[in-house]
Design a protein around this ligand. Structure first.
Ligand code: NAD
Length: 260
């Protein structure tokens, strides 16, 4: 079979865990050279080891960076270009959930922290990668939004504002850059069983979090959590040339949750 990413350079943030890690594994199997970014150096090493287990010859660059720091973002983009000479595809994915609270009780610092990582981090990433892609005259970007970026979920002022913001940035920039051969889309995952979701279930019910998880997904039409690899398959498709005409739009992967 033709590998969709043979020789391509794919940059992924939040690559140390969950959706970023699952996407890195999927895309590595299809021949990509990977530039992986995360705040957590140990988890980046873990992703690299997993990639090398399945693709021993994979070319992998690791950069520890905080995506809410614009200079660090500029640096991870520069490192990628220095090492590989291009950025063909970008999974702009790192994010945090933040604490849950009613709007009136939502901490100002907490709100700003979530916006800094989830919204500013995505904007900085696009700003620096788009300069490179515009020169190339090609590229694809997938931003990670959320079901919480399409509809209200409750108790998530910071997260909701940040993810609706990601959806807005995606639509705006997609319209600007389509003319340069660059497509920009966002994914809107529902509840996917990653360390982020496991962590919030454990906060809700430390002793019985697996049962709490079963209750949590009961309202989902498919009655289950999504799997990180299911998101990996979607991201690989969306970053590939096959999805070039999908632009300035948000793709749900949520078992139907956003339509209820
Ligand atoms: P995760 O916690 O498993 O992975 C997130 C990764 O991002 C971690 O490795 C973490 O170290 C990294 N990260 C966090 N802050 C960072 C920063 N400031 N700079 C660099 N890296 C940072 O979570 P996940 O579930 O894989 O989430 C990935 C993305 O998907 C997030 O944007 C999240 O909001 C979104 N999302 C997840 C779900 C879900 O159900 N899992 C649903 C909707 C959206």
């Amino acid at each position: 079979m033709h590998n969709r990413f043979d020789g391509k350079v794919v940059l992924i943030t939040g690559a140390g865990s969950g959706l970023g890690q699952a996407s890195a594994l999927q895309i590595a199997k299809e021949g990509a050279r990977l530039s992986l970014v995360d705040l957590n150096t140990a988890s980046l090493e873990e992703t690299k080891n997993k990639v090398l287990e399945s693709v021993p010859k994979a070319d992998v660059l690791l950069t520890t960076a905080d995506v809410s720091d614009e200079k660090a973002v500029e640096n991870y983009v520069n490192q990628t270009v220095q090492q590989f000479g291009a950025v063909d595809a970008f999974f702009n994915n790192a994010g945090i959930e933040g604490k849950q609270n009613l709007t009136e009780d939502f901490g100002i610092e907490e709100f700003q922290k979530v916006i800094n990582v989830n919204l500013n981090g995505i904007f900085y990433g696009m700003k620096h990668v788009l300069k490179v892609m515009k020169k190339q005259g090609s590229g694809s970007i997938v931003n990670t939004a959320s079901v919480g970026g399409i509809r209200g979920v409750g108790n998530q002022s910071g997260y909701a504002a940040s993810k609706h913001g990601v959806a807005g940035l995606t639509k705006n920039s997609g319209i600007e850059y389509g003319q340069y051969g660059i497509s920009i889309k966002a994914i809107a995952p529902g509840a996917i069983m990653t360390p982020m979701v496991e962590g919030s279930l454990k906060q809700m019910d430390p002793d019985n979090w697996e049962e709490a998880g079963k209750e949590f997904v009961k309202p989902n039409p498919m009655k289950r959590f999504g799997k990180p690899e299911e998101v990996g398959y979607l991201v690989a498709f969306l970053l590939s040339d096959q999805a070039n005409f999908i632009n300035a739009t948000i793709i749900p992967i949520d078992g139907g949750q956003a339509n209820k």
